[in-house]
Design a binder for this molecule. Structure first.
Ligand SMILES: NC(=O)c1ccc[n+]([C@@H]2O[C@H](COP(=O)([O-])OP(=O)(O)OC[C@H]3O[C@@H](n4cnc5c(N)ncnc54)[C@H](OP(=O)(O)O)[C@@H]3O)[C@@H](O)[C@H]2O)c1
Length: 311
């Protein structure tokens, strides 16, 4: 039996070359954990930020660190006290931390759900973080009521695609920003007003907004206060310093994604039934993960990029 495995890791924070494919020790399942043989892992916007050390405060890690935050695969072994799954079960989930870009990962069984038969592993690996984070961030500031005006920045991305659909279903009037090539895709998800931010400032279209979901951050966040109602809120996933950037008397909230298997199970069932769109735009091989992480930084795709470990 081999005791080492492939992994994509960083030894120091840095640019594209900081992420490398290397051999590391194969883990064993601990108390309450299962050992998952990973078949596919989602490539996320946060990967390059972790690689560059931009989110050290919000996402503290120890180096060297294996990157990757969500996976789909098969249960290979069961740890002491774990009882929800059997060897051979297909599972998927977020790690609530790092380590998914490795052939085997020991995961708390409580974080995982079963992968529906109708979903392939590459489809499943695209779902756990983005689908749940979009739901949680949409509801963080309070319930969404019909007729509210919601502005979603980064609507073409992993979180954005889900958030547009959730907000629309809740009866909101949805404003969404995307680059020129992604406008039609975002409109197809149900957004009422899609703003091509490359040709038009969102301030000229959106106003009296009840809730801004800021999946972009930086100056996009700073410009968003002027389109927000006085009692509206901005929920940010990208600028950890959102509280410091919130003007006096306004409501800015920093979002932190928390694994929620019951919610994930419900959303996965909807995707399997075809009532919720989960957009997979690119599948890469294991050795291509470092390049795919960098491409996510330089030229974002619509929806999700997933690594297929069998390639
Ligand atoms: N705090 C947490 O717990 C948490 C959890 C998950 C994700 N996140 C963060 O949330 C953000 C979104 O994640 P993701 O996985 O959805 O990222 P993603 O898939 O890379 O999507 C980001 C999207 O932003 C769009 N974009 C870039 N510049 C823009 C601008 N100026 N205006 C409007 N849209 C713009 C891009 O689309 P176009 O090509 O159309 O521009 C891209 O599709 C990332 O910053 C990620 O790190 C945080």
């Amino acid at each position: 039996m081999t005791t080492t495995q492939r992994a994509v890791l960083i030894r120091t924070y840095g640019g594209a070359s900081a992420a490398e494919v290397a051999q590391i020790a194969k883990p064993t399942a601990g108390q309450g954990q299962v050992l998952v043989r990973v078949h596919a892992a989602g490539v996320n916007g946060i990967d390059w930020k972790v690689r560059e050390g931009l989110v050290q405060q919000a996402f503290p890690i120890q180096l060297p660190a294996v990157l990757g935050i969500e996976l789909a695969g098969v249960v290979e072994a069961i740890g002491t006290g774990a009882s929800r799954f059997h060897v051979g079960d297909r599972v998927m989930g977020p790690l609530g931390g790092l380590g998914a870009y490795a052939d085997f990962v020991a995961v708390d069984e409580a974080k995982l759900v079963r992968t529906p038969r109708s979903l392939e592993d590459v489809q499943a690996a695209a779902i756990p973080v983005a689908a749940v984070a979009a739901w949680q961030s949409l509801h963080l500031a309070g319930p969404i009521t019909a007729g509210q005006r919601v502005l979603i920045h980064g609507a073409a991305g992993g979180l954005g695609g889900y958030a547009v659909q959730y907000a629309k279903r809740a009866g909101a009037e949805v404003f969404a920003t995307a680059s020129t090539a992604h406008v039609d895709y975002v409109r197809s998800l149900g957004a009422d007003h899609v703003i091509d931010y490359r040709t038009q400032g969102f301030e000229s279209v959106a106003h009296d907004i009840d809730l801004v979901l800021d999946y972009v951050g930086g100056e996009v966040l700073d410009r968003s206060w002027q389109v927000l109602k006085k009692d509206g809120a901005i929920v940010g996933t990208s600028s950890p310093d959102i509280l410091a950037r919130t003007p006096a008397g306004r409501r800015g909230l920093w979002f932190v994604n928390t694994p929620d298997p019951a919610l994930l199970e419900r959303l996965v069932a909807e995707i399997a039934e075809g009532t919720l769109v989960s957009k997979l735009s690119e599948v890469v091989g294991f050795d291509e993960i470092p390049a795919a992480i960098e491409r996510n930084r330089t030229s974002p795709r619509i929806g999700k990029v997933v690594a297929d470990f069998s390639r």
